[in-house]
Ligand binder design. Structure first.
Ligand SMILES: [Zn+2]
Length: 180
């Protein structure tokens, strides 16, 4: 997941450091912080506690991950619905794959839905676009397939935002905390 987020966001010049929210730590402060809560079991071998029907081939990402919005402002708090995501991608992941391979595909899919939420946070927008991670729909194939990149337009938008923030004296190097 971390590798996927890094590779998707690299063209925008964004770098992420990851910290477990409940890890012991001293006095640390971060200029830019995003908190991500992963709900359910984020590995392919755990049995699904429910069978979430996701009949569509194209699923609205809102069912798989979300980001808090308050008074029209996008807040840096997201959650990824691991059980729903596992259920959604499972038709794509079954068939001869080893446990490690299936977990790798889940990690890739988690990275892609999280990159979508990070786009909302970093671009400070609730809007969606027609291509790349800013689309509101991703097929199972798009979530686990080999190649997935930022639309060049999205990369340019994020890149511009980063430089604007830097020029304003505020480094945009978001930190991500994972809370399980
Ligand atoms: Zn969205």
């Amino acid at each position: 997941m971390q590798r996927e987020v890094a590779s998707i966001m690299k063209p925008a010049g964004l770098r992420f450091d990851w910290h477990e929210l409940n890890a012991p730590r001293g006095e640390e402060s971060f200029a830019d912080l995003v908190v991500v809560h992963f709900r359910g079991s984020c590995d392919m071998k755990s049995p699904l506690r429910f069978s979430e029907p996701v009949p569509l081939n194209e699923s609205p990402l809102a069912a798989l991950a979300s980001t808090h919005v308050s008074n029209g402002r996008v807040l840096p708090f997201s959650q990824v619905e691991c059980d729903r995501l596992r259920s959604y991608i499972s038709p794509q992941v079954k068939g001869g794959a080893t446990e490690t391979e299936r977990d790798l595909l889940l990690g890739r899919a988690m990275g892609r839905v999280l990159a979508h939420e990070l786009y909302h946070i970093l671009a400070s927008t609730q809007k969606h676009a027609n291509g790349g991670i800013a689309r509101s729909f991703h097929t199972r194939e798009e979530l686990v397939g080999r190649n997935f990149a930022l639309d060049p337009k999205d990369a340019a938008t994020l890149h511009d935002l980063k430089w604007r923030a830097l020029l304003a004296g505020e480094a945009k190097t978001p930190e991500i905390s994972a809370l399980h």
